[in-house]
Design a protein around this ligand. Structure first.
Ligand code: GDP
Ligand code: MG
Length: 189
């Protein structure tokens, strides 16, 4: 039920999912190291790579993963766009999120700078992306010990609420809330 690089996905084969089918471009945004690739890999393949970078498309180019989910009568095919280091180069962003129906903006709950960066991404999306875009703010690495935390759940929630974002804390490591994030985004599309 998945494919890489956009090829080979066959949909509409199952007559019980006879309803609508939508292809959705979903972009992952956030500071380097927050766990964007890990979230994508956890969601699509159910895997976590403890050591180093979770590579999807290689080190220097973007790639996308696809996954279908069924929400009542609608089947959604997520094309999940992950960067491979380009998040360091801010000028690539508008091209990257053009045409996106959904964005997951990720910070690391142990990093205040990543939380600030996520707020900048949210503001940029609100100003410049498609006005219908569904944005989900995600505080990742929620498995980390409490004393390592820099951002409380309430802080994340508050920013999300005041900007009408979906919000969740996740752990790509344990899998906590990862499926739920994509499901919530799917429901809001
Ligand atoms: P990206 O640069 O945003 O794509 O981040 P990566 O997915 O490459 O993850 C950066 C580092 O954080 C890697 O060493 C991951 O193993 C680690 N990491 C990612 N998600 C989690 C998580 O939920 N919990 C913990 N403890 N580590 C994580
Ligand atoms: Mg990455």
């Amino acid at each position: 039920n998945r494919s890489r690089g956009g090829g080979g996905e066959r949909s509409g084969q199952n007559p019980s999912i006879a309803g609508k089918s939508r292809q959705i471009k979903l972009v992952l945004l956030g500071e380097s190291g927050v766990g964007k690739s890990s979230i994508a890999l956890r969601y699509v393949r159910g895997e976590f790579n403890e050591n180093g970078e979770a590579t999807i498309g290689g080190k220097y180019y973007s790639a996308y993963l696809t996954k279908n989910i069924n929400l009542q009568s609608t089947q959604i095919k997520f094309d999940i766009w992950d960067t491979a280091g380009q998040e360091r180069y801010h000028s690539l962003a508008p091209m990257y999120y053009r045409g996106a129906a959904a964005a997951i903006v990720v910070y690391d709950v142990c990093s205040s700078s990543s939380f600030m960066r996520s707020q900048q991404w949210v503001k940029e999306l609100i100003q410049q992306a498609n006005s219908q875009i569904v944005i989900c703010l995600v505080g990742n690495k929620a498995d980390m010990a409490a004393e390592k935390r820099a951002i409380s759940k309430e802080e994340g929630q508050e920013f999300a609420m005041s900007n009408n974002l979906i919000f969740s804390e996740t752990s790509a490591k344990t899998g906590m809330n990862v499926d739920e994030v994509f499901y919530s985004v799917g429901k809001s599309l």
